[in-house]
Design a protein around this ligand. Structure first.
Ligand code: ZN
Ligand code: ZN
Length: 371
């Protein structure tokens, strides 16, 4: 199933400011909230879709990644989606986050489940990242090295990812008593939701680290060299282990996937391991045969055009195509012959051709037709 664009989901523009985005989400969340639409799968899906879009677009860092990479920026990597919408409690975390000021007073804080559901900060592997790299057909034939620049996240070095000023530590959340959960009542319904104050951590940071504003993470500009092997195809992914987002609190680093896109060439294209192109020869060359010098992507080759070559015939230059990424085989260069018939002839040409036609007894248009 294809995913809808997050901006489209919320009905906002890329340039919309956070208050507009928040307002748009709030409206949708009100409309599709499960309490208002019991047993309505469609409303539930819309509610989840809006929550997911808001989760990304309300976060500067995730929004920037989404603007750059689209859904691909979050795909199937480590956490399973932006922030991991694996279970409903995450949705309600978002929900109580945005409606916190509405329900805050009625939440009857302090409910505890013995802290068993509390999500204490724990090491987490860094996210995998994707980078889309354009290369030329020549680069894919010969292989190349490309320098790429991008940003990755890593733990703030000042606070080691804790988010608290050095020397200070997080304290138990007053709102939920450290359980990370609160009970909310709405009419007949009672819901246990993630504490809006500490977002389920059970602890709050009273002295946030100045370097990272308490987030514990910072963006780092990166520049690395990628070795692109000869024979690489459009869509190939090169995995650079450990070059993704840095791990959190000692978790492992994510990987970087470089997705290769091979640009079109005006003359040559790829078919399997073969490099293919049209090759034009004159009618005389096609009849009598010849050898022509052709410039390919990386060299000049001599192409043997046999006597009696027809339009559509293929002439091969063996082992000059793409190398196979696995194994030692190599494709050919294939030239598809195009025989060019002249649209006008010199007087002498016409005379000679007429002589040939006469000798072969072929009926042709009478003299003067060309002029
Ligand atoms: Zn910090
Ligand atoms: Zn709390």
């Amino acid at each position: 199933m294809s995913k809808r664009d997050y901006y489209e989901v919320l009905g906002v523009d890329k340039s919309s400011d956070p208050t507009v985005i928040k307002k748009a989400y709030r409206k949708l969340a009100m409309k599709y909230h499960p309490d208002k639409n019991p047993d309505n799968k469609e409303a539930e899906d819309k509610f989840k879709e809006a929550a997911e879009a808001y989760e990304v677009l309300s976060n500067d860092e995730k929004k920037a990644r989404y603007d750059r990479f689209g859904h691909a920026g979050f795909q199937g990597m480590g956490g399973g989606g932006p922030g991991g919408f694996a279970d409903a409690s995450d949705i309600f975390e978002n929900f109580s986050d945005i409606f916190g000021d509405f329900f805050g007073g009625a939440a009857g804080g302090g409910f505890s489940r013995g802290g068993s559901r509390s999500q204490k900060p724990r090491p987490k592997r860094g996210s995998d990242l994707r980078y889309f790299l354009d290369i030329s057909l020549k680069d894919s034939l010969e292989g190349t090295k490309k320098e790429i620049t991008f940003n990755s996240d890593e733990d703030c070095q000042t606070c080691d990812g804790s988010g608290a000023e050095p020397g200070k530590s997080a304290t138990t959340c007053d709102h939920c008593g450290g359980s990370g959960q609160v009970i909310q009542r709405q009419g007949f319904f009672t819901m246990a939701t993630t504490c809006p104050s500490c977002r389920g951590a059970g602890t709050v940071i009273k002295d946030p680290c100045k370097q990272c504003s308490g987030g514990g993470r910072l963006e780092r500009p990166r520049k690395i060299q990628v070795t692109v092997p000869a024979g690489v195809e459009s869509g190939s992914q090169l995995r650079l282990s450990g070059e993704g987002d840095g791990g959190h609190l000692g978790g492992g680093d994510g990987d970087l996937y470089v997705v290769v896109k091979v640009q079109d060439h005006p003359k040559f294209y790829r078919e399997g391991l073969d490099l293919v192109s049209d090759l034009e020869v004159s009618y005389l060359q096609s009849i009598l045969g010849t050898e022509v010098e052709v410039e390919t992507l990386s060299s000049t080759v001599n192409v043997e055009v046999p006597l009696g070559t027809q339009s559509g015939d293929e002439v091969r230059v063996k082992k000059s195509g793409f190398p196979s990424l696995r194994g030692r085989t190599k494709g050919d260069i294939r030239f598809k012959m195009k025989v060019k018939i002249p649209k006008s002839l010199t007087k002498k040409e016409e005379k000679l051709l007429r002589e040939i036609a006469e000798e072969k007894g072929e009926k042709v248009k009478p003299k003067g037709w060309f002029g």
